[in-house]
Design a binder for this molecule. Structure first.
Ligand code: ARG
Length: 219
């Protein structure tokens, strides 16, 4: 393998990797904020809130991320008077997409807690919101956190699609190198290796974290 190539152009890979990580990170963080709201709406007693969040989740998960990125990139500037810049628009597209997946992660996490837990808590005189706060959520978090880690790993890979709107992520920079060096293959191999190293390390770390959570359950 042409390591000289990598050494010569490592800046492209490095900067691209930073951009990929930054957007994925912002994607899960803000996606989680929106996701929490969507999941609460979905679990609420309000029909309208439930319908809205169900529709949102279905539509986002039922259409390609690529289409959503284009719609946000060209659509948002039409309705918003200010210039957001591609980095912000790209992040918004990713976070809005991720929020739908995260909403389902949170809903599933909450619903996975045995009904007996809330029945016991309610029969002890705790209110609905106290039950949620002190009984359900602390247990649900153990299911939710590892799944959010997985979502981050997914975004590291899926965010490669953002290169179509000119965000200088790892994929975009690899493509740029293909253009300026006339080497169509090598930059892609390096990009693939970097993506793999990131996701491999992250999933190992996540596994360790998950084991710790499991262990803390038993103590
Ligand atoms: N590639 C798929 C799509 O284009 C999946 C997107 C996954 N997104 C996520 N946040 N988990 O729709």
């Amino acid at each position: 393998m042409d390591t000289g190539f990598f050494i010569k152009y490592y800046r492209y890979f490095f900067n691209g990797t930073m951009m990929t990580l930054a957007i994925s990170f912002l994607g899960v963080i803000f996606g989680s904020l929106v996701g929490v709201i969507l999941s609460l709406m979905k679990l609420s007693n309000n029909k309208l809130a439930r319908a809205f969040s169900s529709a949102y989740i279905e539509i986002i998960r039922g259409t390609p991320l690529l289409v959503q990125i284009y719609l946000i990139y060209y659509g948002l500037p039409m309705i918003l008077p200010m210039d957001l810049g591609r980095m912000t628009l790209g992040t918004i597209a990713v976070l809005l997409n991720s929020a739908a997946y995260i909403a389902e992660i949170i809903r599933a996490g909450i619903q996975s807690i045995d009904k007996g837990q809330s029945e016991a808590s309610r029969s002890l005189g705790m209110s609905k919101s106290m039950t949620m706060r002190y009984v359900i959520i602390p247990q649900a978090v153990k299911n939710i956190l590892p799944a959010l880690g997985n979502e981050f790993i997914t975004l590291v890979k899926e965010s490669a699609v953002l290169s179509v709107i000119g965000i200088h992520d790892l994929m975009y920079n690899a493509d740029t190198l293909r253009g300026i060096t006339y080497r169509p293959f090598i930059p892609l191999i390096y990009a693939a290796i970097i993506y793999f190293i990131i996701t491999f390390i992250l999933s190992k770390l996540l596994r360790i974290f998950e084991r710790r959570l499991e262990a803390s359950d038993k103590s």
